[in-house]
Design a protein around this ligand. Structure first.
Ligand SMILES: NC(=O)c1ccc[n+]([C@@H]2O[C@H](COP(=O)([O-])OP(=O)(O)OC[C@H]3O[C@@H](n4cnc5c(N)ncnc54)[C@H](O)[C@@H]3O)[C@@H](O)[C@H]2O)c1
Length: 461
């Protein structure tokens, strides 16, 4: 079959000189943003490896890729530190490649074109850096990493190796968020001056972060990084400028030590009849197979108690962020809300754009998201955008199509580079540092990245 995916196609064009030297040398140029027609040559399937065969690695980046892009990709290796989970993962994915618990061995034996990194957040940098050193381009899940030293190490490794790292900010791909970007870029509210952005996690999905490794700052970088980096990336992309200064507050008021009873995990708890957060994992076949059946290898409890004393992340957070182009943002994240979703408003010199998006909707709700566009001294307009049909508001499938199918352009500049991945984490890291110091933190003081008034764009992979 005649196939050539985006990565091999771009390599082909580089080799033949069909992209100008200037565009290649300056990947941040607009020329590099263009997608060129697939050349009529026989390509080969993209050889993929995954490190981290947990929930995300086996579903979004495993089974779904096998199902949707069999003509374009093949798995050559799967790796996880949990020897049982990597075998279960292989079955879920439906791959026939070898499995490994030794990452170096996998990379050296299988030599993948692309390494997909879906391990615990605090370990991403090891695999991104070593993966590039061993010759692979990288697709990494968000957050790219969890502290400023690791961010710098990734930036340095990308430069040193000449390899690419794409950060998969699927939130950018939801149709209503692309519409927001389009309206803002079209100048519908004039110049953006400030943004009010408030995100709510509910007592089901939101509480789940406090059951898992995410509850420990040393594993997730806290929800400032693990979760809010999604939101900060959206802000950076929507505002089209780089964050400059962050001042933040946070506290742990609800979960962890605040509970009136606790246990190690729900299966061993004597308080289940009175605990509203009781999570019966024995009723979830997939989770039993992937995690409970493999507890014996690493002791990881997927149904940990949300009130464990070791919870050391905040569950209530607020930040004021100033952007290089002068935009000011008021942001908050609450983790024990009755519904999951967000409210956002962009204030501009000519009007205001608002949305109230509920992600955990009652079944009777409408099948569209609504934006409201107000013009100063004018009328309001209601803009309805049909829901996307895949995970994360339709974003997951659109993101994967753009990476793996030939010929998909990037009109909304949704492709996220290592610099984008860095700046999204850095806002969360700055917020954490700001709370510790009780002072505003400058993004420019954290790594070699110097905030720009206009956001830089790089189309990769
Ligand atoms: N973009 C999104 O919407 C989205 C959604 C879910 C998860 N994620 C991201 O995907 C990543 C994985 O999340 P998950 O929910 O699948 O978690 P998970 O706990 O289910 O899976 C993580 C896997 O990594 C393995 N692992 C951890 N440290 C390792 C190491 N040092 N070496 C090898 N394997 C290691 C674990 O054993 C586990 O199997 C996280 O970074 C998370 O932020 C993103």
């Amino acid at each position: 079959m005649m196939v050539m995916n985006k990565i091999s196609r771009r390599h082909f064009l580089a080799a033949t000189g069909a992209i100008t030297g200037a565009a290649l040398l300056n990947p941040l140029s607009e020329v590099a943003a263009e997608t060129v027609e697939a050349p009529n040559v026989v390509g080969k399937k993209l050889r993929l490896a995954i490190v981290g065969t947990g929930g995300r690695g086996t579903s979004m980046w495993g089974y779904d890729l096998m199902k949707s892009y069999p003509d374009y990709i093949e798995f050559v290796g799967l790796c996880d530190k949990n020897e049982g989970r990597v075998e279960t993962g292989k079955k879920i994915i439906g791959a026939s490649c070898p499995t490994y618990t030794d990452f170096e061995k996998m990379m050296k034996e299988t030599k993948p074109d692309v390494l997909i990194v879906t391990t615990m957040d605090s370990t991403h940098h090891q695999f991104i850096i070593r993966g590039m050193e061993l010759g692979a381009d990288i697709i990494t899940e968000k957050p790219m990493t969890t502290d400023e030293k690791k961010v710098q190490a990734i930036l340095d490794a990308e430069k040193r190796t000449g390899k690419n790292c794409r950060v998969t900010f699927n939130y950018r791909y939801s149709p209503h968020r692309a519409k927001i970007w389009e309206l803002l870029r079209a100048g519908e509210i004039g110049d953006i001056t400030s943004v009010d952005f408030h995100w709510y996690l509910d007592t089901s999905h939101g509480a789940d972060y406090f059951r898992r490794w995410h509850r420990l700052v040393e594993c997730s970088g806290s929800l400032w990084v693990h979760k809010a980096s999604h939101h900060f990336d959206l802000l950076n992309w929507w505002i089209d400028s780089d964050p400059e200064t962050v001042y933040a507050l946070g506290s742990l008021d609800h979960y962890g030590k605040n509970g009136i009873f606790r246990a190690e995990n729900c299966r061993t708890c004597s308080h289940t009849s009175k605990c509203k957060f009781f999570f019966d994992i024995t009723k979830k076949k997939n989770l039993m197979n992937l995690y409970v059946a493999n507890e014996k290898y690493d002791g990881y409890l997927r149904d940990g108690c949300v009130f464990k004393n070791d919870v050391n992340i905040f569950d209530k957070m607020a930040a004021t962020i100033r952007y290089k182009n002068g935009v000011q943002v008021a942001y908050s994240l609450t983790t024990y809300s009755p519904y999951e979703g967000y409210r956002i408003a962009f204030n501009g010199t000519k009007g205001r754009l608002e949305a109230w998006i509920q992600e955990s909707r009652p079944t009777s709700d409408a099948n569209f998201d609504e934006l409201v566009l107000f013009k100063n001294f004018g009328k309001r307009e209601y803009i309805q955008i049909p829901f996307g049909t895949s995970g994360h508001g339709g974003g997951d499938a659109l993101l994967k199509d753009q990476i793996f199918l030939p010929g998909i352009k990037d009109p909304y500049k949704q492709c996220a580079s290592v610099r984008d991945g860095a700046l999204a984490c850095l806002v969360g890291i700055a917020a954490r540092n700001s709370i510790a110091a009780g002072q505003p933190v400058k993004i420019a003081d954290l790594t070699s990245i110097q905030p720009q008034e206009k956001k830089l764009y790089q189309r990769i992979l």
